[in-house]
Design a protein. Structure first.
Length: 144
């Protein structure tokens, strides 16, 4: 079952759940999140911890410079993404993880939020896109 409708925000923009993979990619890009910010971006609270952890690891492994890590972290802190935790989110993520045969519920939380808000999930994670498309409308940046 794939949910197709989009949840319009009061401003007329569509609500779009973004996962850490998209936010990290955007924070490392020169344009930042501006290219995707025309929608009302939302994420579960765990997105900030995941994104910060990945940025720290990239710097720690010297895959990015300290300067770029600082810029990306500043972009993450100022990201135009609203945290959301609707009642029942954790339980819904649990059900989705069970349905998809996942041991962990992190990715399921993004799917659960998109399902509960009846909107799309934006990710660059091909595994999440493939499995999650059974639950909600999962798109990549090229689909915008």
């Amino acid at each position: 079952m794939c949910w197709r409708p989009f949840a319009p925000h009061a401003s007329g923009a569509n609500v779009l759940v973004v996962d850490a993979s998209v936010v990290i990619t955007a924070c490392l890009a020169e344009a930042g999140l501006e290219p995707i910010a025309r929608d009302d971006l939302v994420a579960p609270y765990l997105m900030w911890s995941e994104a910060s952890s990945v940025l720290h690891e990239l710097r720690w492994r010297r895959e990015i410079s300290g300067e770029l890590a600082t810029i990306a972290l500043d972009r993450l802190r100022g990201a135009p993404v609203s945290p959301r935790r609707p009642k029942g989110l954790v339980a819904e993520a649990w059900r989705i993880a069970d349905r998809l045969g996942w041991a962990k519920t992190y990715d399921a939380e993004y799917l659960a939020l998109a399902r509960m808000l009846t909107c799309r999930l934006l990710t660059t994670d091909s595994k999440l896109k493939s499995a999650g498309s059974k639950i909600v409308d999962v798109i990549g940046p090229g689909d915008l």
